[in-house]
Design a protein. Structure first.
Length: 332
């Protein structure tokens, strides 16, 4: 039988976990009828509620359920990477526990990959109904911006809900960068993708874990990871200001020779100094963002650390030469 691994990143999801499990089991029954078995891999990203306890309870009554618990909150990107690394399926799907990603799409996604020749089947929202208007506006503008400044293709409304072949998963695992932006990584590795569209679905329970500020920082992660255009803009801005300053020097020299040099204009001079200083600090800030990312990469810290897990080393047994063995796996 083929095996489909379902990766479910979880952070304080006790209100929705059982609801999600019931829905995914309905889909699992459909897959088992066509000869595809399931493993459901819950990645507990340092939850403070009963998420891990519920995952353990589900494991006790259903051998298809597995879980990994991090030593602290490492973020959704790390949880996704851990799930990909520990999954054993011939096909792998990433899905959120809040049911904003409809599990009913799984069969269509599977057929697109297994029968239609695609390497992955991904989803995108056609609407943002239910989201705050300001968040929707900035999200749309962000996708417009990053598509212009990056060579990687970004799809507006793209979700992390994606089903992939093992070949594509292994390609993603080769990218072991510490600062991860999954939406960009999925597109950067290439492969043939079928996009499925649906209208926005609200969480069935609980509250979103993403504040506007967190989304802003995450968007900056995508820009610094997949574009160097901000650095080029900073350089061009510096060249432009140098040319402007040379022009004004010429104007001042000519005016002084022609009309003398009355002492005046100190307010405008102060404004110019403040403007130039602000531009310099802004450009240094852009450079600092890239240097900070480089600094974190050079530390070679593990992407995540496992505190507790039901996962044993079946993947190493099955793939003894796999490059996807992590530092945290050796220490767990």
């Amino acid at each position: 039988m083929k095996l489909l691994s379902v990766i479910v990143p979880c952070f304080n999801e006790e209100e929705v976990l059982l609801l999600f499990y019931n829905e995914i089991c309905k889909e699992a029954d459909k897959f088992e009828s066509i000869g595809v078995s399931f493993e459901i891999l819950f990645i507990d990203d340092g939850s403070k509620d009963r998420t891990l306890e519920l995952a353990k309870n589900l494991r006790e009554k259903d051998s298809r359920v597995r879980y990994i618990s991090f030593s602290r909150n490492f973020g959704k990107e790390s949880a996704i990477f851990a799930g990909l690394e520990k999954s054993m399926g011939d096909y792998v799907v990433m899905i959120d526990a809040d049911l904003q990603d409809p599990p009913s799409f799984l069969m269509e996604m599977y057929k697109a990959v297994a029968e239609d020749g695609y390497d992955s089947a991904a989803t995108r929202r056609t609407t943002r109904k239910g989201e705050p208007a300001i968040r929707s506006f900035f999200a749309r503008q962000y996708y417009k911006l990053i598509r212009k400044i990056s060579k990687t293709e970004f799809v507006d409304g793209a979700r992390d809900f994606r089903l992939m072949t093992r070949q594509m998963v292994d390609a993603i695992l080769e990218m072991r960068e510490y600062n991860r932006f999954t939406k960009g990584i999925n597109e950067w590795v290439g492969f043939k993708t079928k996009w499925l569209e649906y209208e926005n679905v609200q969480r069935v329970a609980g509250n979103t874990k993403w504040s506007f500020w967190q989304l802003f920082l995450y968007s900056m992660e995508g820009i610094t990871a997949f574009s160097t255009v901000p650095l080029a803009l900073a350089a061009l801005l510096g060249m432009f200001l140098c040319l402007m300053s040379f022009f004004f020097i010429c104007v001042i020299v000519i005016r002084t020779l022609a009309f003398g040099d009355p002492v005046s204009g100190w307010p405008s001079l102060a404004v110019i100094i403040l403007f130039i200083g602000g531009i310099q600090l802004f450009c240094i800030g852009i450079l600092g963002q890239y240097m900070a990312k480089t600094y974190l990469e050079t530390k070679k810290r593990p992407i995540y650390i496992i505190k507790e897990s039901e996962i044993v080393l079946e993947r190493l047994v099955k793939y003894p030469d796999s490059p996807s063995r992590s530092v945290s796996e050796e220490s767990s």
